[in-house]
Write a protein that binds this ligand. Structure first.
Ligand code: TRH
Length: 397
């Protein structure tokens, strides 16, 4: 059985990761696989940051081949799609679940958060029968190995990335769109997307006092107050160069030039990652995009209260660093830990950047290797398999 329609449910908890993943998946299923996709979102304001053509005041709209619907309460009576994706256990509306059970033809999948931990292998694809209705939900785990559901990767992403990286005209247009000339070849270009981080001061000091000029692009967001404080402290007068929070800035300290830039639409964020030499990212979606950019990167993992994020970070480091030489592996471990512990990032940076050549080669190899395990394809195969099993069960009843 082929699923021709899909409902994706997204509850925006905070930040942009939930909607970032759902919007990406929705576009891919609609535009690459021809499904009629409805994306139900409870916070269209967040969605509009990633896709500015979204009108946050409209309940129903068509965006880039996807029907975007406000997830309202009470939930309207609709016919469930053939494939139902509940993102990150966001809890589907009760009336909708009952309609799914009555219809008996939908495949219901819970798309889980990304983790490199081993336990994911045992949980990927597991069924979870509904306690009272004749319904089964299946868990689908993204991941980095063939025993997981893989990662979201658009069909043409690598072609677009390579075209961008080999085309000076496209790159010039990119820098000009931010009001800048193309940086000189000797400038190290760094994107810095992060949560609040006390290690920033130390890192900026290292960049400012290093031998190589650094251009650091900071997307507006939670780290901005610390950027501002750095330039206010110790007589680095940001007002000479512009107001950081007002975002028209060129903040300079010795060899470091910081440019704060507006949050760009989701597809353009990829260009930023492609244009830079090293990318600092946060959360799971930007972390995956940095891997597709095939450049050395530093992941600030989303912090969780019970510190489970440390296990997740270590699990990813173990996988990612396994093919590296011991000195490159130590350099990555050192900087990622310093950045996430918010301490000692300056020293760790010097060690990391010494390893740049090896880290670049590894990043390219890593991206090619991961690309074989495509989440959207796996999800469709999986749901078709479940659908066929369901049809046989119904036939046999
Ligand atoms: O926004 P995040 O911190 O989201 C987090 C994580 O997903 C985390 O796992 C989750 O539990 C928590 O939210 C609730 O980071 P993330 O995942 O990297 O998402 C950022 C999204 O924003 C991603 O899709 C890229 C996009 N983006 C743009 O579209 N334009 C931009 O200018 C930037 C900087 C990002």
């Amino acid at each position: 059985m082929r699923n021709e329609s899909c409902d994706i449910f997204c509850n925006v908890v905070d930040n942009y990761g939930d909607i970032g993943v759902c919007w990406r998946l929705a576009r891919q299923l609609a535009n690459e696989h021809g499904l009629a996709v409805r994306l139900w979102v409870d916070d269209l304001g967040s969605m509009a940051r990633l896709c500015p053509e979204t009108d946050a005041a409209r309940d129903i709209q068509q965006c880039r081949g996807v029907e975007v619907r406000r997830w309202i309460k009470p939930f309207p009576e609709v016919q469930p799609a053939g494939l139902v994706i509940e993102a990150f256990a966001c809890k589907l509306p009760q009336g909708y679940i009952e309609a799914v059970a009555a219809q008996q033809r939908s495949v219901w999948i819970n798309l889980e958060y990304l983790s490199a931990e081993d336990w994911v292998h045992g949980c990927h694809g597991l069924p979870s029968p509904h306690p009272s209705l004749p319904l089964t939900r299946h868990f689908f785990f993204p991941g980095f190995t063939s025993q997981t559901g893989g990662l979201l990767l658009e069909r043409d992403l690598f072609t677009r990335r390579d075209a961008f990286q080999n085309d000076t005209v496209q790159q010039q247009a990119f820098w000009q769109s931010f009001g800048m000339d193309m940086p000189s070849a000797e400038t190290l270009k760094i994107s810095l997307f992060g949560y609040e981080n006390d290690a920033l001061h130390d890192l900026f000091d290292a960049w400012a006092s290093g031998a190589q000029p650094v251009l650091c692009l900071v997307p507006e967001g939670r780290i901005l107050p610390q950027v501002k404080r750095y330039f206010e402290d110790a007589g680095r007068d940001s007002s000479r160069h512009g107001d950081c929070v007002g975002m028209n800035p060129d903040l300079q300290s010795c060899n470091l030039l910081v440019r704060v830039q507006p949050f760009v639409e989701q597809e353009r964020y990829d260009e930023l990652l492609w244009a830079c030499d090293v990318n600092f990212v946060r959360g799971e979606d930007s972390c995956v995009r940095a891997q597709w950019a095939a450049k050395p990167f530093v992941w600030q993992i989303y912090p969780q209260h019970d510190a489970v994020h440390w296990g997740k970070l270590q699990a990813f480091l173990n996988l990612y660093c396994a093919p590296l030489s011991s000195s490159a592996s130590e350099a990555v471990h050192g900087l990622w830990k310093a950045w996430n512990q918010e301490n000692g990032a300056g020293q760790a940076w010097s060690v990391f950047i010494e390893m740049r050549g090896e880290l670049e080669l590894h990043a390219q190899h890593w991206a090619r290797q991961l690309a074989a395990n495509n989440l959207a394809l796996n999800l469709l195969d999986f749901s078709q398999k479940i659908g066929r099993m369901r049809a046989l069960e119904i036939e046999g009843q």
